[in-house]
Design a binder for this molecule. Sequence first.
Ligand SMILES: NC(=O)c1ccc[n+]([C@@H]2O[C@H](COP(=O)([O-])OP(=O)(O)OC[C@H]3O[C@@H](n4cnc5c(N)ncnc54)[C@H](O)[C@@H]3O)[C@@H](O)[C@H]2O)c1
Length: 255
Amino acid sequence: MRLNGKTALITGAATGIGFAIATAFLREGARVVLADLDLDRARDQARTLQADDSVLAVKMDVSNPDSVATAAEACRRAGFNIDVLVNNAGVIHVGTILETTLEDLQRVYRVNVEGVFNVTRAFLPGMIEGGGGVLLNMASLASLTAMHDRFAYSSSKAAVMMMTRSVALDFVKQNIRANCICPARVHTDMVDNYLKTAYAGREEETFRQFSEYQPVGRMIRPDEIAQMAIYLCSDESQMVTGSSFLIDGGVLMGV
Ligand SMILES: NC(=O)c1ccc[n+]([C@@H]2O[C@H](COP(=O)([O-])OP(=O)(O)OC[C@H]3O[C@@H](n4cnc5c(N)ncnc54)[C@H](O)[C@@H]3O)[C@@H](O)[C@H]2O)c1
């Protein structure tokens, strides 16, 4: 198995891409911590994995350093010494700069930017002490190209990409690797929720438009992101660090 002997913490793991990564990592032999704001859902999901000794669910609000510290302590007490960290939790706001209030911007930055900062600062020292580890951040196609009505989200995800490279560069000699995945649209609750709120009354039509925007013709499945996450967090990718990996169904291949 490709992740034998590894212990991974995945933020935002109660659903969507995070849960798909947790499921795939477990299948590849890792022990996994599902960290999420929604502890009940994380626990329910952990139970479905039917691997009690290898799975832990913890409450974590990535935007709150105290909550992150409490979760890190819970991991230590349970004997989960993290050497693979997946910063996956994220939120979105739909709107141009003129449709984005300061509160909207701060809400997105607190989770997407400060969240990566808080969680990485909490777990990186232990990874260094343990002889090394891997960081994987969930960036976005929006880190690389502007997308309509994604002002706050795109700028937050551009920051995620550069935080990834900064950590990779600063800690390469301590045997830390850091990479990010940049997905286009993945069909998860995130998409279903913003279709309901920001595109009310035209959900089906917008779902179709967003699917067709990706030349392959559909949205990505969470397990398709998890496959790349396995590679980037395994020893197979020992020579890969500071890189951003696009999974976009061909959006950026050309016109
Ligand atoms: N779905 C997409 O189209 C898409 C595309 C590119 C990138 N991404 C990124 O992938 C990641 C996962 O996206 P998803 O679609 O699975 O999202 P989702 O909304 O379906 O799930 C996100 C999970 O994160 C948790 N969460 C939210 N705020 C949190 C916080 N403050 N602390 C801890 N947990 C928190 C939620 O409870 C939820 O379980 C996000 O960073 C997102 O920006 C998603």
